[in-house]
Design a protein around this ligand. Structure first.
Ligand SMILES: Cc1cc2nc3c(=O)[nH]c(=O)nc-3n(C[C@H](O)[C@H](O)[C@H](O)COP(=O)(O)O)c2cc1C
Length: 310
C-alpha cells in the first residue's frame, strides 16, 4: 500500500515526518512499554559525546507555567557505550534513528563524525549549543564563522546525512543557516531550547527556601519563537528543515509545515504523553485521507500557499 505520509529529506526517505527530539526519548528502549517505536518516522538519540558524561548534580528539571527548564548537563554513555549497548538494539528492532552528537572542541566533533561514518550511521544531528571549551566557552552555534568551520570539519569526516540543529539564542538565524549550507550540511533542524530561568520559593518557619533551575526552556511556551525561526530559516536557505518547539497536537504540526518545515520533532510533550509521536502520526494520515489530499506533499503545498498569501 502507498505510504501517503512518506517524507523525503534530500536523498533520505523516512516513513513519516514525525520524529522525537533529542534528550526527550533516551535511546528509544525507555518507550517500549508505550508503543512500537519502529513505527514512528525516526527517533533522535540523546546527545552523545566522545567520553561518557555524568551530567549536572544540582536540580535538573523544573516546570514553568508554560513548559519546562532543563539543565541536564549532557549526561550520556559516550560513543563507545552507545555503539556497544544501544546501537545493536536500535538496529535489531529496526528503529530509524538519527544520532545527536555533542563535542567540546572542533576536533571532538570531527572525530565523532568519523566514528559515525565508520559505523554506517545513516544520519547525525549536530548539537551546536555546546560550549566551545577552547574558545572561552562560547557556544559553537552562535557565530556564523565558527559554525561554518565546525560543520565543514564534520563534513570532511562524515559521509552520511548531516543535520545541524540551530539554537534560537542568536541575533541572525539566517546567517547561521547560510553558514551550514555553505559548509555542506544536508538539513537544518530548529529550534534547540531557549535560555531560561525558573525559581520557586516556599516559606519554611519564616525563612525562604528556593528551587532554581537555569538552563534550556522548552515546551508550549516556545512555540511562537520556534515558528518564527523556522520561517526565517525557510526564507534564507533551500535546505530541508526539521521544525520543533512545543508541538503537542496535529494543529501544531500543521503550523510548522505551513512556515516551511519538512518534518517535525516532538520533545517535551513525550514526558506527559509517551505515545504522542505515534498518535500524531496516525492523526496526520487520517487527516490527509479525510480531507482528500493526495498525500503529505499535497497538504504541505496547500497549507504553505495559504500561509504565504498576502
Ligand atoms: C530534558 C531535555 C533534554 C534535552 N537534551 C538535548 C540534547 O541532548 N541534545 C539536543 O540537541 N537537544 C536537547 N534538548 C532539546 C530538544 O531536543 C528540543 O530541541 C527542545 O526541547 C524544543 O522542543 P520541545 O519544545 O518540543 O521540547 C533537550 C530538551 C529537553 C527538554
Amino acid at each position: 500500500m502507498e505510504n501517503i505520509i512518506q517524507t523525503k529529506l534530500a536523498h533520505l526517505t523516512f516513513k513519516s515526518p514525525v520524529f522525537t527530539a533529542s534528550g526527550t526519548y533516551g535511546y528509544a528502549d525507555e518507550y517500549d512499554d508505550f508503543l512500537d517505536v519502529s513505527e514512528i518516522g525516526a527517533i533522535v538519540t540523546k546527545a552523545i559525546s566522545l567520553k561518557p558524561r555524568e551530567g549536572n548534580k544540582h536540580t535538573r528539571i523544573i516546570e514553568t507555567q508554560a513548559g519546562m527548564i532543563n539543565s541536564i548537563g549532557l549526561e550520556n554513555l559516550g560513543i563507545e557505550g552507545f555503539l556497544e549497548k544501544k546501537l545493536p538494539v536500535l538496529r535489531a528492532k529496526n528503529i530509524d534513528f538519527i544520532m545527536n552528537i555533542a563535542g567540546s572542541s572542533m576536533e571532538e566533533y570531527a572525530l565523532l563524525g568519523e566514528i559515525c561514518s565508520q559505523n554506517n550511521i545513516k544520519a547525525i544531528e549536530l548539537n551546536v549549543s555546546c560550549p566551545n571549551v577552547k574558545s572561552g566557552c562560547l557556544e559553537f552555534g552562535v557565530s556564523a564563522d565558527s559554525l561554518y568551520n565546525l560543520v565543514s570539519k564534520v563534513r570532511e569526516n562524515y559521509d552520511g546525512f548531516l543535520i545541524v540543529k540551530l539554537t534560537p539564542n542568536v541575533t541572525s538565524i539566517e546567517e547561521l543557516a547560510l553558514a551550514c549550507k555553505r559548509a555542506g550540511a544536508d538539513c537544518i533542524s530548529a529550534i534547540n531550547t531557549l535560555k531560561g530561568l525558573e525559581v520557586k520559593f516556599e516559606l519554611v518557619n519564616g525563612k525562604f527556601r528556593k528551587t532554581k533551575v537555569q538552563g534550556g526552556y522548552s515546551g508550549v511556551g516556545i512555540q511562537p519563537v520556534a515558528l518564527s525561526m523556522v520561517n526565517r530559516i525557510r526564507q534564507a536557505v533551500d535546505l530541508p528543515i526539521i521544525g520543533m518547539g512545543g508541538i503537542y497536537t496535529l494543529e501544531d504540526m500543521l503550523k510548522f509545515f505551513a512556515v516551511g518545515a519538512d518534518a517535525i520533532q516532538i520533545g517535551t510533550a513525550n514526558f506527559t504523553y509517551p505515545d504522542i509521536a505515534k498518535k500524531l502520526q496516525d492523526e496526520l494520515r487520517e487527516y490527509i485521507i479525510k480531507n482528500n489530499f493526495k498525500d503529505l506533499d499535497d497538504l504541505k503545498n496547500k497549507i504553505r500557499t495559504c500561509f504565504n498569501e498576502q
